[in-house]
Design a protein around this ligand. Structure first.
Ligand SMILES: [Zn+2]
Ligand SMILES: [Zn+2]
Length: 150
């Protein structure tokens, strides 16, 4: 269960006026940790909110990202996705199933340890890992019945 007041407070804390549509998009983000795309959020919310347009979802997510209430991930170049988990973590894209997984960073100070040229300011950093997830590797290893000779 998600507390609506928590979501309102979260948006307000990031300087975002909590409209009904913004609330719905943020609620979707905090209840779906699958790093959804604009299309996924639109498809999920549209039946309940017929006045919601894809442009509104896009603009809402853009606003969330600009205000620091969510993060935009470009790990999958064809499909920008979003994350409301703000603590420092990396992402792993499975090139087989296309899922984006959260990965803990054991040394979060890694980014602070990065030497940027004097006078520069870092606004955004992301660690992207690509490979094949455990589920897909296991599925590839398990021979199907038809293939194994009896
Ligand atoms: Zn996979
Ligand atoms: Zn994430």
């Amino acid at each position: 269960m998600v507390d609506h007041q928590d979501i309102i407070d979260n948006l307000t804390a990031h300087g975002i006026k909590p409209s009904v549509q913004r609330l719905a998009v943020m609620e979707y983000l905090v209840t779906h940790h699958s790093h959804p795309s604009v299309d996924e959020i639109y498809t999920a919310l549209h039946p309940k909110m017929p006045t919601l347009s894809k442009t509104t979802v896009y603009n809402t997510l853009k606003l969330f990202t600009e205000q620091g209430a969510a993060r935009q991930l470009t790990i999958d170049e064809r499909n920008v996705c979003f994350d409301a988990t703000l603590h420092e973590h990396a992402h792993f894209l499975c090139k087989h199933c296309g899922k984006v997984y959260d990965v803990a960073i054991r040394k979060p100070q890694l980014i602070e340890d990065t030497e940027v040229p004097e006078g520069f300011r870092i606004d955004h950093s992301a660690l992207y890992l690509r490979g094949v997830c455990k589920d897909c590797l296991l599925a590839a290893e398990t021979p199907t019945r038809q293939e194994s000779p009896e």
